[in-house]
Design a protein around this ligand. Structure first.
Ligand SMILES: [Ca+2]
Ligand SMILES: [Ca+2]
Ligand SMILES: [Ca+2]
Ligand SMILES: [Ca+2]
Length: 279
């Protein structure tokens, strides 16, 4: 089984006006056999998640509304039972709202982390390899990942420097188990201007990236996504084009053409990915 679940960290909804560059193959999508991460979208206006249990076109398998106005997705496997469930981060409140089922209702976990009226993108990942996914924040100004190993209020357990400080344009933080072999999620950064992904396996130490490659054209408003699309033990990357509601997914952490191309949902939503059905 895959050693980890996927998360999507893109907090900002970026609008693209250009279609994806030619050259990406295998349109139509591929459905993984088991334990596969699959696509979803989040409507920020209504705070509604639309999860699909296969990486192909079709209607949502799970529709659930959750979270206060202004929230961004913060989904994960918080109870370590193999299923990805809903969660949101409210930058205004500086609070995470996490739930262990994909059903509406009150959060199972609600707590403060970081500043109120925050400008920091939120993160969800398994930083210590035990007890499921927990929270974090990325500080663009300091170029640091602020990671906490429990879903409770408190200070970061780890502050990891990775990537430049104050990059312009702002880099988008990523979380994924890039190399497998354990259940620890690594960190990463995506440059929306160039399409450069830089990925690091160890989330707790600074240093050079383990993977560095470009995927997809830069400057098109694409939003990165992370998931285990092919049911091996590694998470891989992809990009979502909000203008054409298209996911371009890659099953290796290297440059090249998309292995899976799926159009899903309305245009201009926020992409997410996870193992919603535990299969
Ligand atoms: Ca779960
Ligand atoms: Ca953990
Ligand atoms: Ca994979
Ligand atoms: Ca699945």
């Amino acid at each position: 089984m895959p050693l980890n679940r996927a998360r999507v960290i893109a907090s900002a909804l970026v609008v693209s006006t250009l279609a994806f560059a030619a050259g990406l193959a295998n349109a139509g999508g591929v459905v993984g056999p088991t334990e596969t991460d699959t696509i979803g979208v989040f409507n920020a206006t209504t705070r509604t998640f639309f999860f699909r249990n296969s990486n192909d076109a079709g209607v949502a398998d799970i529709v659930v509304s959750f979270g206060p106005a202004g929230s961004v997705p913060a989904i994960g496997d918080f109870d370590a039972n193999g299923t990805t469930t809903i969660g949101v981060y409210s930058a205004t409140l500086g609070e995470f709202f996490l739930k262990n089922t994909n059903t509406s209702g009150a959060a199972n976990l609600r707590f403060r982390f970081g500043p109120i009226n925050s400008t920091l993108p939120s993160l969800i990942g398994n930083w210590d390899g035990v007890s499921g996914d927990t929270i974090g924040l990325y500080s663009p100004v300091n170029g640091r990942f602020l990671l906490r190993n429990s879903n409770t209020a408190g200070l970061p357990d780890v502050e990891t420097p990775f990537g430049p400080k104050n990059a312009s344009p702002a880099l988008v933080p990523l979380v994924g188990n890039w190399s497998g072999g354990d259940s620890i999620d690594g960190i990463g950064l995506y440059n929306p201007a160039t399409g450069l992904f830089v990925l690091k396996d160890d989330p707790t130490t600074g240093g050079v990236a383990d993977f560095s490659f470009t995927f997809g054209a830069g400057g098109q408003g694409y939003i990165p996504v992370v998931g285990n699309w092919d049911d091996d033990d590694t998470d891989n990357i992809g990009v979502y084009d909000p203008a054409t509601r298209t996911f371009f997914l890659r099953t290796t952490n290297a440059g090249g053409v998309a292995d899976i191309v799926v159009r899903y949902g309305p245009t201009n939503l926020t992409p997410v990915a996870g193992n919603y059905d535990g299969n």
